[in-house]
Design a binder for this molecule. Structure first.
Ligand code: DC
Length: 232
């Protein structure tokens, strides 16, 4: 991978579960010819690793002890063409699908609330962005606009009304009841938002509300913010 002399332009995107963050951020990166980084995948992959090693996810000391052995790799190509360039790996394991399973989702909030874990992964995200080899990177998560890249030239909070977010997540998780999906989503947002506030835009962060927008309209709205702030 070539390392550009200049630090890539960062488009920081935060928002709650079901806001469309991942798919919108990925499509935005594709349209700009830039890289895409899903930071939630690292919290999920660490959770997967903790479950695999049969550690107690609520035992912060055990989770912190596991960090040096957590051999994490994620592809940042938004095209989805080559699995090696888009997948999520822990050591030799391709965990791209496993990290979306409910057993991992159930423990991720406990892992994400450990300050040492957050500091460790924040550093990892900054390294991945620096080495992306692209002129820009769309980075999405919960604390990207406030902690990981607070000085990014483009900072966006992607929101949508609760009912819309639940409906979108239910459509993704075929075979699960809407009531159950809705309850799990709200529970996770409530737990996560005690650690970082991703429901309210910080100073200087532009809110894009996708409640009444379809997918393409949301991507257009995000691209407009990028163009306004960076003139690309
Ligand atoms: O976006 P996601 O649902 O894949 O994120 C998984 C979990 O990781 C989520 O419950 C909150 C946490 N997370 C975080 O705390 N900070 C981030 N930057 C990204 C995700």
């Amino acid at each position: 991978m070539t390392e550009l002399a200049q630090t890539p332009i960062v488009v920081a995107v935060d928002g709650p579960a079901g806001s469309g963050k991942s798919s919108v951020s990925k499509a935005t990166a594709r349209r700009l010819g830039w890289a895409y980084l899903d930071t939630g995948a690292a919290y999920r992959a660490l959770s997967w690793y903790v479950v695999q090693r049969r550690l107690d996810p609520t035992d912060s000391a055990a989770v912190i002890d596991a960090l040096p052995d957590f051999d994490y790799r994620i592809g940042t190509d938004p095209s989805g063409e080559d699995p090696a360039e888009t997948g999520v790996f822990v050591g030799d394991h391709d965990v791209t699908d496993a990290i979306r399973e409910p057993d991992v989702t159930a423990v991720v909030s406990a892992i994400a609330r450990v300050p040492e874990v957050r500091a460790y992964l924040t550093q990892l995200f900054r390294d991945i962005v620096r080495r992306s080899g692209k002129p820009g990177v769309v980075v999405e998560g919960r604390d990207i606009t406030t902690v990981v890249f607070p000085d990014a030239p483009v900072r966006i909070l992607l929101t949508a009304d609760e009912s819309v977010r639940i409906a979108r997540r239910s459509a993704e998780l075929i075979g699960h009841s809407a009531a159950h999906v809705g309850e799990a989503l709200l529970r996770r947002d409530a737990a996560d938002s005690r650690v970082v506030d991703f429901m309210n835009a910080a100073d200087g962060v532009t809110t894009v509300d996708s409640t009444d927008l379809d997918f393409d309209q949301t991507v257009d709205a995000v691209i407009q913010v990028v163009q306004k702030e960076t003139h690309v």
